[in-house]
Structure formats: C-alpha cells, structure tokens
Design a protein around this ligand. Structure first.
Ligand SMILES: [Ca+2]
Ligand SMILES: [Ca+2]
Ligand SMILES: [Ca+2]
Length: 176
C-alpha cells in the first residue's frame, strides 16, 4: 500500500468515527451512533438493549479517549487519531476488539431483533448504513462479514472484521 492509499484509508476510518463530521471524535459521536441505531431498529433507549448500547458506546468512547486523546481535551483530533489510535491499534488489534466489544455486543442484540434468530447480512447492512457507510458498500461489507457463510453474522465474525479494518498495515509495513 502506498502513502496516498494509506492516508485515504485512515481518513475514511476517522470519518467513520466522526459521525457528526465536526472534525473531532468525541462522546457525542458515540452516543449519536447509539441513538441512530436504536431508532433504525425501533428499540427504545430505556429497555435493557437500549441501555446496554449506551453503556457500550460510552465504554467505546472512554477506550478510544484513553488510547488517543493525548492532550486530554475530551476529543480526538484527526492528528491524535492518526498518530495515536491508528498506530496503537495496529500494534495491538486485540486491544481494539476489547474496547469495542461491549458496544458491538449490544449492537448485535439490537440488530438481531426479538426472535433470537441472530444478525442477518441484511440487518448488518442496515447497521452499517446508519453508521454512515454508503448503501452499495454497506451491502457488500455486510455480506462479506458472514465469513463462514452460514447466513448469520456472529460476534466473532464482526470483531475479526472490525479489528482488520482498523488495523490495516501502514505504507512502510509488510502486508499481512
Ligand atoms: Ca464529531
Ligand atoms: Ca484531544
Ligand atoms: Ca456466519
């Protein structure tokens, strides 16, 4: 991967967190994402699933801030994201999976619905669209998430894909 490609990918990752597009990743972005997901699936914030999603979003934000908010102003700038988050996450993808897990776990519960059938690629596509992924790409990504092709997307499949997306090697590193 050349530098331009790497920069493009990093910018896309930043944008995926900066939900409101104000140039910073902050707590608002995470709570807004939680609210948008609940609205999409008709789930109230007060029920157990809604509460779990907000708790997960807060934990995700705290984890992100702990890794990347170097100056402690409660927001992660693009520079902090690039120099802090991207590098550290690349060095330790497992850590990223851990800070994201409660949010993803709760999002899965919301997207799976009440019938207990699990998350279909279609439901995952809705999640991705709500989080700002363009329609066409959301569908392709959601389909690819079902790595073992059993028609459902498991927590492991999501965590693996999530970590891989945010831990793409940089321009100077060997591709894995
Ligand atoms: Ca923002
Ligand atoms: Ca900061
Ligand atoms: Ca599967």
């Amino acid at each position: 991967m050349d530098s331009a490609e790497y920069e493009r990918k990093t910018a896309a990752r930043f944008a995926s967190f900066d939900q409101d597009g104000n140039g910073y990743i902050d707590r608002e972005d995470f709570s807004a994402a939680a609210a948008a997901l609940l609205a999409e699936f008709g789930t109230t914030a007060r029920c157990d699933k809604g509460q779990a999603l907000y708790v997960g979003a807060e934990a995700f934000w705290q984890g992100m801030a702990g890794i990347a908010d170097v100056d402690g102003d409660q927001r992660v700038s693009r520079e902090e994201f690039v120099t802090g988050a991207v590098k550290r996450l690349r060095d330790n993808p497992q850590r990223f999976a851990e800070i994201a897990r409660p949010f993803l776990h709760a999002a899965i519960a919301v997207a799976a619905g009440d019938d207990g059938t699990g998350v279909t690629p279609q439901a995952a596509g809705r999640v991705l669209r709500v989080l700002g992924v363009p329609e066409e790409k959301a569908r392709a990504v959601a389909t690819a998430l079902d790595a073992d092709g059993d028609g459902l997307i498991s927590e492991d499949e999501i965590l693996t894909a999530f970590a891989a997306y945010y831990t793409t090697p940089g321009p100077d590193e060997p591709q894995v």
